[in-house]
Design a protein. Structure first.
Length: 139
């Protein structure tokens, strides 16, 4: 982006969106006004959000969403939902496009991320499927 933020496209619950990649954000986030668009089931949260010049913002949470970034996918994506107006206002002041949310360190850790700043590329390791152990019964 013109602001020097890394931007990426991703799908949440099958819906495409634009996101900032933020290694300093502990949790991935989506704007509160986008709950219906991204088919999120939300619930109240005790967590207060802070960042980009705003503090003590009310939040909601949405658990176990599907997230797809390129070919990488998880069905265990928990999201913090809060008002991203301050983020998008700051982006617009720098002639950048608005975003739908933030991909944070939680996803980067889950995907064992490698960010190649030179190539402006994000690499995420494919998640291993949990093996279901079958019990052999001698019948």
């Amino acid at each position: 982006m013109v602001t020097n933020h890394l931007e990426l496209n991703a799908e949440i619950n099958g819906v495409k969106g634009r996101f900032i990649l933020d290694t300093g954000a502990s949790n991935s986030c989506v704007g509160l006004e986008l709950i219906e668009r991204f088919k999120l089931i939300s619930e109240e949260s005790e967590i207060k959000a802070a960042g980009a010049g705003a503090t003590d913002m009310e939040t909601q949470k949405s658990e176990n969403n599907s997230l797809k970034i390129g070919k990488w996918k998880t069905n265990e994506c928990d999201l913090v939902l809060f008002d991203l107006t301050h983020v998008n206002t700051a982006l617009k002041q720098h002639d950048a496009e608005e975003v739908d949310g933030i991909i944070g360190a939680d996803i980067l850790e889950q995907g064992k991320a490698f960010i190649d700043y030179n190539k402006k590329a994000l690499h995420l390791k494919k998640l291993k499927k949990k093996k279901v152990r079958k019990l052999k019964v001698p019948f």
